[in-house]
Design a protein around this ligand. Structure first.
Ligand code: SAM
Length: 313
């Protein structure tokens, strides 16, 4: 048992909620069933709508970045878990030059195993005649890389990214989706600053809890504690301002922070109407409460002035 076992387990929770929502038709993802078994328990409609907003919000920002750079860019997914973004982008013809996924080796080992055994997942990596190198815990191919590293150790992350031939001169998007909250703020502060110092043209997307100081937030914290997940970074989740300042005081030029209740209403209306017909929602208030305790924050540093400040929801 390691102190991080509970945190590693959060990947299974997130993955099974995503699989459940995809099976219900909230969004299109033909790859998720190749990595994640069918959810054994039913998820409440507000959970699936929350995941829908999370996945859509992140997808809108990432696609904007890819189109702006004509895919001549890199994406680094920190704490990627069993995320399928690489395959979804590949299906759309939006593969960046380099896509790196980072997680603990207990997680990357399982993901490696699934990728190796699923032809559809593997085929997307072998597109460019390049060799695929695989170990038990890591994969290196033309544009896709899966590496293990503890994000608390910036030195280790740096050498892993170097091994993936990450080019610091290229526009690079960093994504942390429900990850930083599990890491002590002293380490996430270093990580956020290291990215800004090392990548002159960069975009950072962070999704996580916010407004945790009220009674609903306290219940959320207690729930995670009972599953051995210490929310070490919860101090950074106090408000949207603290979320934004974490970036602005560590080398980032600008950005925005939106709670998910606000973001939900900004999503494309036709698709929102479609997903709202999928399942009956008993209490709209519960959904609003849940959404107002999560946020999407993005920050940019645009030395080459390619227009990163225009990326928004
Ligand atoms: N980003 C994925 C998603 O949203 O579907 C997974 C989210 S899951 C809630 C959190 C992930 O962060 C887990 O896969 C966990 O192993 C990873 N993680 C947390 N702390 C980490 C650390 N210090 N180093 C590497 N990975 C970490």
């Amino acid at each position: 048992m390691s102190a991080d076992d509970g945190v590693i387990g959060t990947n299974d929770d997130a993955s099974s909620c995503k699989r459940f929502a995809v099976d219900k038709g909230y969004w299109h993802d033909p790859f998720i069933s190749l990595l994640i078994p069918k959810a054994t328990s039913r998820k409440a409609p507000e959970i699936s709508r929350g995941y829908y907003a999370r996945v859509k919000g992140i997808q809108i920002l990432i696609e904007h970045f890819l189109r702006m750079t004509n895919c001549n860019c890199q994406i680094v997914n920190l704490g990627a878990g069993f995320d399928t973004m690489f395959w979804r982008l590949h299906e759309e013809g939006l593969t960046p030059k380099c896509y790196v996924e980072v997680d603990f080796e207990q997680v990357t080992a399982r993901k490696c195993h699934y990728i190796k055994s699923k032809k559809t997942l593997l085929e997307a990596l072998s597109g460019e005649d390049s060799e695929i190198m695989m170990s038990k815990t890591e994969i290196h191919s033309g544009s896709y890389h899966l590496v293990s590293s503890n994000l608390r150790n910036v030195g280790s992350l740096e050498s892993k990214l170097t091994a993936c031939d990450v080019d610091r001169g290229l526009p690079t998007l960093f994504l942390s989706e429900c990850v930083l909250v599990y890491i002590e703020t002293e380490h996430t502060d270093k990580l956020v600053k290291w990215v800004a110092d090392s990548f002159p043209t960069a975009f950072f997307i962070n999704y996580e809890q916010v407004n945790m100081g009220d009674s609903f937030g306290e219940v959320m914290i207690e729930n995670l504690k009972t599953r051995d997940c210490l929310l070490s970074g919860v101090a950074a989740c106090a408000s949207l301002d603290t979320q934004m300042n974490r970036f602005l005081t560590r080398g980032w030029t600008g950005g925005d922070a939106m709670d998910m209740k606000t973001l939900y209403r900004c999503l494309p209306q036709a698709d929102l109407q479609r997903i709202e017909r999928l399942e009956m929602l008993d209490e709209r208030e519960l959904l609003d409460q849940l959404l107002s305790h999560y946020c999407l924050v993005w920050a940019y540093k645009d030395t080459r002035d390619i227009g990163l400040h225009t990326i928004s929801i």
